[in-house]
Design a protein around this ligand. Structure first.
Ligand code: NAP
Length: 485
């Protein structure tokens, strides 16, 4: 890897302001070539406790920094991220596989979250409330909750960290990040830049290694006050259960199975182009990506033909570092097998293959962008998160049926619909069971918006003015003796 700043590629963990190695190592594999990218320490209980104690030790001083001082450091971090965007994108592309241009967009999104919370740090307002009894007042203070643990996935190796670490640090909390073992180098590069920005030792720690052990310690240790997790629903459940003994505050950003509904009054050109972005960004490996395309009967064929044409003409599968690729590999062999199984199951139950359907021969976990038509709710793809470049097209008759199919999912993260009817837009928005809705758009993430889900997609919100609340505790002060004698 040739970086402008080679120090960004760090193969050690960052605890208490020091870089730590270990004889036990985890290998990180490039999903495009299946070659080794590098190794990181495989740390366990002892080092997790060390990180917790460092974060605990750093907390009293960090929380008494003024909001402005915390904001300035976050701003510095933001500037360094922007300054090293090209290097960060390359590190991400190598370990995660996404095309360089897409990786660069993620770096900008990560930076935007850091910048946003640098600004929000200064806006943690409390309240004064008139009391029902005379001579008393209610004052509500907001205080940082304490040591926070952030456990993050591989599909957005930088932005999922920024959404947690930036609001936590802005609020005055200290943080331990446990990144995915598939993509630790992006996290460690962020730590290099945080160190350069001047965060005091122990305020931000990054620990890599045995997920189960690290997770068990973080969830059970009483010094950790908050767990913020992004990842699978299955692991989210484990973390919530394990946090119950110490009654931690918890936010869970889990899996999704977004419906993408196109009504017959929609702008079909727009719907198809948004469908392309929503489905194929990150090769379909996003929690909010369209997983079920519900197309109203009269426009089904038209939508399908146009969509397949764009898939054929616009998508180029290949290594992320090749400039012409816009579809990188899947993360590993297991991901390829899951996609293959869902396609096989759908075809056996009567779906039709409109394009794609196979993995690419040779090294790397590449899969053809795939469109299936005549998909029905009996098929596994109708209920399981796909996390791959497969677009299943369902039919529906009317609004009622569209809503029924859309809500027939244990997930409730994002939903999209396309229609020009304003009254329908309100009805759909109010009746869809999910945390985020795109109306005539296939992309809804923004640092200014509250990101998060309902049902098995989790709880809590990231980004926006609400995101910092997850890292704050309310303290109510009752002041008496104010009545005039
Ligand atoms: P995952 O397997 O749940 O892993 C996520 C993180 O949890 C990784 O750091 C992983 O570490 C760690 N982990 C795994 N088992 C653990 C355990 N027993 N205790 C503590 N930590 C544990 O998920 P993934 O495959 O990385 O990510 C894909 C999933 O994330 C999808 O379901 C996707 O929808 C979801 N996601 C949701 C959002 C959202 O905002 N709602 C955003 C992005 C992704 P190791 O890598 O070391 O195993």
């Amino acid at each position: 890897m040739i970086l402008q700043k080679s120090a960004l590629f760090r193969q050690e963990c960052f605890i208490d302001g020091e870089w730590l190695s270990s004889p036990d190592l985890l290998e990180v594999i490039d999903p495009s070539s299946q070659r080794l990218v590098g190794t990181v320490p495989s740390l366990g209980e002892m080092e997790t406790r060390k990180a917790i104690s460092a974060a605990h030790k750093a907390f009293p001083a960090w929380k008494t920094h003024t909001a402005k001082e915390r904001s300035v450091l976050l701003k510095k971090w933001y500037e360094l991220i922007i300054c090293h965007a090209r290097d960060l994108a390359e590190i991400m592309s190598r370990e995660q596989g996404k095309p360089l241009a897409e990786a660069q967009r993620e770096v900008m999104s990560c930076a935007a979250y850091v910048e946003w919370f640098a600004e929000e740090a200064k806006r943690v307002y409390g309240d004064t409330i008139p009391m029902a009894q005379k001579g008393k007042r209610i004052v509500v203070l907001k205080e940082p909750i304490g040591v926070c643990a952030a456990i993050t996935p591989w599909n957005f190796p930088l932005s999922t960290i920024a959404r947690k670490a930036a609001p936590a640090l802005a609020a005055g909390c200290t943080v331990i990040v446990k990144p995915s073992s598939y993509t630790p180098f992006s996290a460690l590069a962020l730590a290099v830049l945080a160190e350069e920005a001047g965060f005091p030792p122990g305020t931000l720690n990054v620990i890599t290694g045995q997920a189960e052990t690290i997770g068990r310690i973080l969830t059970s240790d009483r010094l950790v006050k908050k767990i913020s997790f992004t990842g699978s629903t299955e692991v989210g459940r484990i973390l919530m259960k394990d946090s119950s003994e110490s009654l931690k505050k918890i936010s869970l950003e889990l899996g999704g199975h977004a419906p993408f509904i196109v009504f017959d009054d929609a702008d079909i050109e727009l719907a198809v182009s948004e469908a392309m972005i929503s489905k194929f960004r990150n090769s379909g490996q996003t929690c909010v990506c369209a997983n079920r395309f519900l197309i109203q009967n009269p426009i089904y064929e038209q939508f399908a033909e146009h969509f397949v044409r764009l898939v054929r003409n616009q998508l180029v599968v290949g290594p992320g570092m090749h400039m012409e690729s816009n579809q990188g590999p899947l993360i590993d062999e297991k991901a390829v097998l899951k996609v293959e199984n869902q396609i096989r199951d759908a075809l056996e139950k009567g779906a039709k293959l409109a394009i794609g359907g196979k993995r690419l021969p040779g090294k790397g976990f590449f899969f053809e962008p795939t469109v299936l038509t005549e998909v029905t709710s009996e098929m596994a793809i109708a209920h399981e998160e796909t996390f791959g470049p497969v677009a299943p097209l369902f039919r529906f008759k009317d609004e009622e049926e569209a809503l029924r199919i859309a809500n027939d999912s244990e997930y409730g993260l994002a939903a999209y619909f396309f229609s020009k009817d304003l009254a329908r837009a309100w009805r759909m928005t109010e009746n869809l069971e999910c945390g985020m809705i795109g109306v005539n758009t296939g992309i809804l993430s923004s640092e200014a918006a509250p990101f998060g889900g309902t049902k098995d997609s989790g709880m809590g919100r990231e980004g926006s003015k609400y995101g910092i609340e997850e890292y704050l505790e309310l303290k109510y002060m009752c002041i008496g003796g104010l009545e005039r004698m």
